[in-house]
Design a protein around this ligand. Structure first.
Ligand code: ADP
Ligand code: MG
Length: 468
């Protein structure tokens, strides 16, 4: 089965994918750029602190300090200055080491002469500092899991270098930036999704309307005007559909007129033929063989006349002029016309039920159904005519207990000229259905072989018929 992709979903894909990718790329770029700027800024600050620390302790006699001198005045003096600077600058650690990377003074109280292995990660930056260019390292992760950066500056009068480690607090700022970007991004994506859905709805709703109109036209309801609701391509389709409807209707009317014309032209000479056949029959009195032939001709003429008058009745039927018809009165009118003597006809009419229909046409339709029911019944069987108010209008049922029809037959009975009767015209049900549809109603049949058949008409309540 092919996957069905609604327009709204397609638009969603078309809009959402590029929009999300653009927003994502923008967010990544913004984040990257911001973190670079913040890192550079931290590097500058730490380098400044290192340089100023180097200048501060330049003349403090660092060269004199030996391992074990931690209690001397010189050491304490240097340590105090570094400590003050560390606090003032808000950095994590300030330390001094010699050309062999051995500690000279350290705000973390590392003993003099101890090797600081951490320095090995910044060899290049330290070398650069020794040549007089204070430099900062890349970020590294400290023992506490936080990110740090180091900066180095050399002390002008000796081989010492000052190192400064500073925490990278920018990660809080970056986290804020990230959440802002995320929220803006999600809001943007949701907005795009909403717009895509709205756009989809704007396209799909009128298209669905057009599809319904096309279906109506296809079913033969050529009276409802297809209105143009927008000045765009969809509106153009509506206009085309409306033109098609008008053309089809004109064609239908032409066909009907032509058929009525032909039927009329046939009916007139038929009357003459019948008259002369009658005269011939009288002339042939006493010649049984010839008489039989003439009687056959007369029967065929009668059949032809039935077809033609049925046909004319159909082709000339005007558009239904709806009036309120009392159910009981209509039933009382119909019964004498179909009574056969052998088949019992009963009515079951809900008190006060009314129908909104063209009286003549509805009578014609019900006579067809009742006639068929009687013809399908055997002596002693019963035909029931029921009328009830229903939710969607009035429900009329013609039920018989006759022969019934197999399914294959049920499919064919609505076709014009389909008949299983020797002298049937096959037009009754075709016309009945046309009449019901002209009234905006529906007609259905259920049948069981040997048990009987039920035809059900539902006519819409007042004015539901097609307006002409
Ligand atoms: P006709 O009555 O001239 O044959 P219709 O259009 O009225 O034409 O009916 C078409 C065919 O449908 C009938 O020939 C018959 O075979 C079948 N039919 C209609 N109504 C019934 C019914 N109540 N019971 C059984 N068959 C029916
Ligand atoms: Mg019939």
């Amino acid at each position: 089965m092919k996957l069905r992709l609604p327009v709204a979903l397609k638009l969603l894909g078309i809009f959402l994918v590029p929009a999300s990718l653009t927003l994502l790329a923008f967010a990544l770029l913004a984040h990257h750029r911001a973190s670079q700027l913040l890192e550079d800024e931290l590097g500058h600050r730490l380098t400044g602190v290192a340089a100023s620390a180097a200048r501060t302790i330049e003349n403090d006699g660092l060269a004199l300090l030996q391992p074990g001198d931690e209690e001397t005045r010189t050491y304490r003096n240097v340590r105090r200055r570094l400590e003050e600077l560390r606090e003032a600058a808000g950095v994590a650690r300030i330390y001094v080491f010699d050309e062999r990377d051995l500690s000279v003074c350290d705000t973390t109280a590392r003993p003099i002469g101890e090797r600081d292995y951490g320095l090995s990660r910044s060899t290049a930056e330290i070398a650069s500092a020794r040549q007089g260019r204070p430099t900062s390292s890349v970020l590294f992760s400290g023992g506490d899991g936080q990110l740090y950066k180091s900066a180095f500056a050399h002390v002008p009068d000796g081989a010492f270098v000052v190192g400064v480690d500073g925490a990278a607090p920018m990660y809080e700022q970056l986290a804020t930036l990230r959440s802002t970007l995320l929220r803006t991004g999600v809001a943007g994506v949701l907005l795009v999704a909403l717009l895509a859905l709205v756009a989809g709805g704007l396209i799909v709703t009128p298209v669905r309307k057009l599809a319904r109109a096309a279906l109506r036209i296809g079913r033969g309801d050529l009276d409802a005007i297809v209105r143009r609701t927008s000045r765009d391509e969809i509106g153009d389709v509506a206009e085309t559909l409306e033109q098609m409807r008008q053309l089809l209707r004109a064609r239908d009317e032409r066909t009907q007129m032509m058929l009525a014309g032909i039927a009329h032209e046939v009916r007139n000479p038929l009357g003459g033929l019948q008259l002369y056949a009658g005269l011939l029959r009288e002339d042939l009195e006493g010649q049984p063989e010839q008489l039989a032939h003439v009687k056959k001709v007369e029967r065929e003429l009668e059949h032809l006349k039935n077809i033609v008058s049925d046909f004319l009745e159909y082709a000339r039927r005007p558009r239904p002029a709806l009036v309120a018809i009392d159910g009981a009165t209509l039933a009382a009118e119909l019964l004498p016309l179909v009574e056969s003597g052998e088949v019992e006809i009963v009515t079951d009419i809900e008190a006060g039920v009314t129908l909104s229909a063209d009286a003549g046409q509805l009578r014609r339709a019900l006579l067809n159904l009742l006639g068929n029911a009687v013809q399908a019944s055997c002596a002693g069987q019963r035909v029931t005519l029921t009328m009830r108010a229903a939710q969607d209008g009035t429900r009329i049922e013609v039920r018989d207990e006759g022969a019934g029809m197999p399914e294959a037959l049920v499919e064919k009975i609505w076709a014009p000229f389909f008949t299983t009767k020797q002298k049937g015209t096959g037009l009754g049900l075709a016309f009945t259905r046309e009449i019901v549809q002209d009234h905006g109603g529906t007609i259905e049949v259920t049948s069981t072989v040997g048990a009987g058949t039920t035809f059900t008409i539902v006519l819409p309540r007042g004015g539901g018929g097609t307006l002409h």
